[in-house]
Write a protein that binds this ligand. Structure first.
Ligand SMILES: [Zn+2]
Ligand SMILES: [Zn+2]
Length: 399
């Protein structure tokens, strides 16, 4: 890719307003809000967009906000969506710097304060330069952390009201060095499903176990058998995870009481729908047949939370080319290994072509990965992310 000269790079221009963007990011960090409670955050975003004379629309998917910027020309009829998430996590922050969370039990530990700020930085650049032909929709979404805020916005008519030919989003990544970008032309993150198994037996005296149907023993067999799904039903070159992460049965103070029920909760991660279907079916078969073999009964409740986040090849190419032009090809990983984590931007990528990028922010070497109580978004990433968003707009909607 031909590199963009430093003086023409959106990153250089956005750096000139980094002090204001940093103050904005740190203010968001100090005032974290959970999914669908982002009232102050949304109001702060709307205020900032209005100061830039950007048309704003509020209350989409409860607390979502959309800003609309038209290019110097719009006769191409082309449209683009750039998305940032706004929500924080229910955690207690352990940082002690001045911009630490002011709200007990709430923390911006995933850097969505930074994502929101990066999109605002792009908004300022794009509204001042308008070097594009078409319309850019800035999508500030609520509730990424388990609330499917992206789906809420889509269900609320996001793409009918604000058409987007393509959509892009990025997530900061502490284990990637600052200034590097990673993506690939397919699956970036896995589908995330939640399952719950309830085993019902017959409780009784631990000394007279032959008179009971022990659900703890049944649950133990189910836990062991589920580990055969990935090792014996999934092809060795495919990817899937089945994890049982929580179990509950009986009372730790009652050493001689066999309980009547045992409950297990876990997650399944897959990239391909056919594998996802197979794992759900196998889980159900294992749960039903093991319970019945022991004379117990069991139910499996299986909920598909987020689909897989899958980039479309053309848009991954475009985003990679923009990153290469702005940061140099050496700083672009175009065949990034997918992660078994999940992301609700997947709902937008199911509706529109687009790409999801990982943005290096460094810092993981200090043990501060995402969702750590001492995590903080690296403000030096702001111009890089803003510049990438802006570059994607200029390349997607050329004059
Ligand atoms: Zn997160
Ligand atoms: Zn996140």
């Amino acid at each position: 890719m031909t590199p963009v000269s430093p003086e023409r790079s959106p990153i250089a221009k956005i750096r000139t307003f980094l002090p204001e963007l940093t103050a904005f990011r740190q203010d968001l960090h100090a005032h974290p809000e959970l999914g669908y409670e982002e009232v102050r955050t949304a109001a702060t975003v709307v205020k900032a967009l209005k100061l830039l004379d950007i048309a704003t629309h509020e209350g989409i998917g409860k607390t979502g906000v959309v800003g609309v910027i038209e290019g110097r020309r719009t006769d191409s009829g082309r449209t683009l969506g750039l998305r940032a998430d706004m929500d924080a996590l229910p955690m207690r922050e352990e940082n002690e710097f001045a911009h630490r969370s002011r709200t007990p039990g709430r923390m911006h530990a995933c850097g969505h304060d930074g994502h929101t700020t990066m999109l605002l930085g792009a908004a300022r650049y794009l509204s001042e330069t308008r070097n594009f032909n078409g319309t850019v929709h800035l999508i500030f979404q609520p509730g990424e952390e388990g609330f499917a805020g992206a789906k809420a916005m889509i269900d609320d008519g996001l793409f009918e009201r604000f058409d987007c030919d393509t959509v892009y989003a990025m997530h900061n990544w502490p284990s990637l060095p600052l200034g590097k970008v990673g993506l690939n032309a397919g699956a970036m993150m896995a589908a995330s499903d939640r399952f719950e198994i309830v085993v019902t037996g017959r409780g009784g005296h631990g000394a007279h176990a032959y008179l009971t149907v022990d659900p703890v023993l049944v649950a133990a067999h189910i836990i062991t058998a589920t580990q055969s799904i990935v090792s014996r039903n999934v092809g060795p070159l495919e990817s899937a995870v089945v994890s049982i992460c929580a179990m509950s049965a009986g009372d730790l103070a009652a050493m001689s009481v066999i309980p009547g029920q045992a409950r297990l909760v876990g997650t399944v991660r897959t990239f391909k729908p056919e594998l996802q279907n197979m794992v759900e079916q196998r889980l159900n078969d294992i749960v039903q047949s093991i319970a019945s073999a022991f004379g117990a009964s069991a139910t499996l409740t299986y909920r598909r939370v987020y689909p897989a986040t899958v980039n479309t090849p053309g848009e991954a190419q475009l985003a990679g080319d923009v990153a290469s032009a702005l940061l140099g090809e050496d700083n672009v990983i175009r065949d990034l290994e997918p992660s078994m984590g999940s992301e609700d931007f997947s709902f937008m990528l199911k509706a529109r072509p687009g790409a999801y990028l990982r943005l290096g922010q460094g810092g993981a070497e200090n043990g501060c990965f995402l969702h750590n109580t001492r995590y903080d978004f690296n403000d030096h990433v702001i111009p890089v992310g803003s510049g990438l968003f802006a570059g994607i707009a200029e390349r997607s909607l050329p004059l």
